[in-house]
Ligand binder design. Structure first.
Ligand code: ADP
Length: 384
């Protein structure tokens, strides 16, 4: 029987099928990007240092197998050791952070082709086998891209909120669509977008030049249905700080180039401070199911209401079984689907269980908002 008036579990983690939390870590924030070289690791390190400067206890984990760069960016040499009693690996320390990086263990010569499978199987142990201290935040630098390896790695990490790093060149529709599909598939609560390398600041006169014309990062964020957290210009000192092993926020916190990272840290804290688990967008306040009409209705915290036919909802199920692995989403027609139950998953998604037993699709709030406008959800027949 469908749950008449079923309300998602908005208060807790009931039904959350992600990986269990790490014991001593309060919040895990993933830093992700659609492709390499956009400044993801630079954002991750400076965000970590900025959070630490604000009094938080912060760890930084680098699972970017394609370009583990945190050791260089933080000026760390040496190999972490295992604790003799617990057998857990002790993180290294730099700039007040606890740091663990795949790069500490990977042979630079090892080809990426076998790094992938090897590291995928090691990721869970990598994060859970580390003797993290009591941490307010663990920042995880995930591999870039939308392929199977980044997706699988990301699923091993119980992320509380994701920061998406992009650059103005990324704004091409195809990239945005791919990133959106990746984030949906990951079912990660998205804190927002960082628009990196947005404009160039002249090192001698400090004038900002918008080399990418009137591109607006806000458009990209809106396309992803998330807030734009901060815009970071290209500044030579940021790159120099990374190359020298001293992130700009550690080297020169009062430098204007540090300001966006400090602002980002404040926004991340803000997102969690209001108790909404890092979900900045609207969330359901009431979910009801009208079995006779075959319709699910959702009332949202911003006062809006959406409704969906059963067949629309079933057909836009975001799970990998329904959608495959291409990153392209399509409608999957199922005859006369019946909904059994609706259940809240953490504070970011609803899990729908169908009468045919299908229950692995987790509909993130942003996905539910998006598909509400799709014809199949409005009329049930996709206009056919
Ligand atoms: P990713 O992790 O996405 O591969 P990195 O963080 O390694 O990217 O950055 C790529 C290069 O760009 C590095 O040399 C880094 O110092 C530089 N970089 C990143 N962000 C900025 C910025 N805002 N201004 C100047 N250089 C930057």
């Amino acid at each position: 029987m469908p749950d008449e008036g079923a309300t998602p579990d908005l208060a807790g983690d009931g039904g959350d099928s992600r990986q269990p939390k790490l014991d001593k870590v309060d919040k895990i924030v993933a830093v992700v990007s659609g492709k390499g070289g956009v400044g993801k690791s630079t954002v991750a390190t400076n965000l970590a240092v900025a959070l630490s400067r604000s009094g938080c206890r912060v760890g930084l984990a680098d699972v970017d197998i394609y370009g583990p760069s945190l050791a260089v960016m933080l000026g760390i040499n040496g190999l972490p050791q295992a604790d003799e009693d617990t057998r857990l690996i002790k993180p290294l320390e730099a700039h007040g952070l606890e740091v663990m990086s795949m790069g500490f263990f990977l042979d630079d010569e090892a080809p990426v082709v076998w790094r992938g499978p090897m590291v995928m199987s090691a990721t869970k142990q990598f994060l859970r086998g580390v003797a993290w201290g009591e941490l307010d935040y663990l920042i995880v630098d995930l591999p870039p891209g939308t392929g199977d390896i980044p997706l699988t790695l990301a699923q091993e990490v119980p992320v509380d909120g994701a920061v998406v790093v992009t650059t103005p060149q990324d704004v091409a529709l195809a990239d945005v669509t791919r990133s959106a599909a990746m984030l949906r598939r990951l079912n990660m609560p998205i804190l927002g977008v960082v628009d990196n390398m947005a404009g160039y600041v002249c090192p001698s006169c400090g004038t900002r030049d918008d080399v990418f014309g009137d591109y607006r990062g806000a458009d990209l964020a809106a396309g992803l249905g998330t807030p734009l957290l901060v815009e970071i210009p290209i500044v030579q000192r940021v790159r120099e700080g990374g190359d020298a092993g001293t992130p700009i926020v550690a080297a020169a916190p009062d430098d204007p180039a540090s300001k966006p990272y400090l602002e980002l840290a404040a926004k991340v804290q803000e997102a969690f401070a209001d108790g909404r688990g890092g979900v900045l967008g609207p969330e359901p306040t009431d979910v009801s199911c009208d079995e006779a009409a075959g319709i699910v209705r959702i009332a949202w915290s911003d006062g809006s209401n959406t409704q969906y036919t059963f067949s629309g909802l079933r057909g836009w199920c975001p799970c990998a079984e329904c959608q495959g692995h291409s990153g392209q989403f399509g409608f999957v027609r199922v005859d006369d689907p019946k909904l059994d139950s609706v259940e809240g998953v953490g504070r970011y998604a609803l899990r729908l269980t169908w009468a045919d037993g299908h229950s692995i699709g987790m509909y993130s709030y942003s996905w539910l908002r998006e598909i509400a406008d799709f014809e199949e959800c409005k009329t049930g027949n996709g206009g056919a």
